[in-house]
Design a protein around this ligand. Structure first.
Ligand code: FES
Ligand code: FE2
Length: 436
């Protein structure tokens, strides 16, 4: 177990496993992004012991609707049974282990039938069909070969699963986020989905959604189109391990916006014609979309990112607007290797929205986030560059030390502070060091 002499605080402490800094200080050992040993521990001690977001309840509208996820490399299937209950199972046939479905989501009717030797399971996981069963002899017990259940719970419209029995209750796990999160995740419905893989550690992605230091620099589209973003805001590390960023967009200046668009695109918008979707930010905020940019006086817009340990973030629309509570993104990052991860984004809207509204929202929201989105492309490049850089000997630590007042931030903390990140690493370290 290495002894750690903090280069910033001068404290000395014993750390395990193989961490050279106290991550809760925000001085983060780069080994956590490159070490295969630490990556294995993350799967064993974090992802198997936490509640993991799987899908929304409206991904499972009718009996037989299922959704699949991978947690710590373990395939898991969530399904709604005939009584309306949502259940989760290991997505592995009890005969010889074949996954029962390789699809992300779908409906196979009343039974989940394995494609290999056709063993069949009902929606409660009971084994209900075994071809040529007599070959196993009289003592064969179907009851001993049901699908292995996985813990499953819901928080309003969100479905979570947990691999190990010894997890806190879901509301204890959500902790200080419970009440804050609740209004955002009621009455929402998925309207689109997008996934992609990048070459970088999973934490580089998740960190990015607890970080508002980068936005005006990494995202030129934000800097040029929404100059002054994050002029005001706050940063809160919500125990245990979660965070909220909130910041304000200044009112858009449509003529200035048009000039910036022209610079990007070369298209002349000076006649007042604007491209479809230009007002997507406005369309979500009060008092509704302006007819045209001429003379429009949009209000200041407040935006948030709610991040949940270990790998989920929710980006609802602008705060305190009926539209904002019910349109946005749910995003997870799934580790595929120490330097490879998959991002899954779900775009959601209000269950009351009609088809036309959903389509417009989907187009507007997918314009910024998603494998082709303006912002996601920038963030993917940042994560990839970080992974390449930390492989070398160019530095030992990554810094998350912005915001020097004690505590976990909150209102009054600058949005560019990093209480959000330190709260993540405080809890990350606790899980990693828990040998029980
Ligand atoms: S592996 Fe599923 S029936 Fe044989
Ligand atoms: Fe970003």
């Amino acid at each position: 177990m290495p002894a750690f002499m903090c280069p910033y605080g001068g404290c000395s402490m014993k750390l395990s496993p193989d961490l050279h800094t106290d991550l809760a200080t925000g001085v983060v050992d780069r080994d956590i992004y490159t070490s295969e040993k630490i990556f294995a521990l993350e799967k064993e001690r974090i992802f198997t012991r936490t509640w993991n977001y799987a899908c929304t309840t409206r991904d499972l509208k009718k009996p037989g609707d299922y959704f699949t996820v991978s947690i710590a490399d373990q395939p898991v299937l969530v399904v709604r049974d005939n009584g309306g209950e949502i259940r989760a199972f290991h997505n592995a046939c009890t005969h010889r282990g074949a996954i029962l479905t390789g699809e992300r989501c779908g409906n196979q009717g009343q039974v989940l039938k394995c494609m290999y030797h056709a063993w069949a399971f009902n929606l409660k996981g009971d084994l209900v069909g075994v071809p040529y069963e007599e070959g196993y002899g009289q003592d064969f017990d179907r009851g001993a070969h049901g699908l292995k259940p996985v813990h499953c719970d819901t928080f309003h419209d969100l479905v979570f699963v947990a691999l190990r029995p010894r997890v806190p209750s879901l509301t204890d796990f959500l902790g200080e986020m419970t009440d804050y999160l609740a209004p955002y995740v009621q009455g929402i419905e998925p309207i689109g989905r997008n996934s992609w893989i990048y070459q970088g550690n999973w934490k580089f992605w998740h960190e990015n959604f607890r970080d508002d230091y980068h936005a005006e620099f990494t995202h030129r589209s934000i800097r040029d189109l929404l100059a002054g973003t994050a002029a005001r805001g706050w940063n809160w590390g919500a125990a245990p391990g979660h965070s909220v960023l909130q910041w304000a967009f200044p009112p858009l200046d449509p003529p200035k916006y048009a000039r910036a668009l022209q610079r990007f695109s070369g298209v002349d918008f000076s006649d007042g014609t604007m491209p479809v979707g230009w007002n997507s930010m406005l369309a979500q905020g009060p008092p509704g979309p302006p007819e045209g940019f001429e003379g429009a006086e949009p209000p200041e817009i407040r935006q948030e990112v709610l991040a949940l340990f270990p790998n989920l973030d929710i980006q609802p629309g602008p705060k305190d607007t009926p539209r904002g509570m019910k349109a946005g993104y749910i995003q997870t990052v799934t580790p595929l290797g120490v330097d490879r991860a998959r991002v899954d984004i779900t775009v959601y809207s209000d269950i009351e929205d009609d088809e036309a509204t959903r389509q417009e929202l989907l187009e507007n929201l997918a314009d910024t986030q998603g494998s082709w989105g303006k912002l996601s492309c920038d963030d993917t490049e940042a994560a990839t560059r970080c992974q390449i850089g930390v492989r070398g000997e160019g530095g030992r630590y990554n810094l998350f030390t912005r915001g020097v007042a004690p505590g976990r931030g909150g209102e009054g903390a600058d949005v560019r502070d990093e209480y959000s990140q330190r709260e993540f690493f405080r809890v990350y370290q606790q899980y990693l060091q828990d040998e029980s």
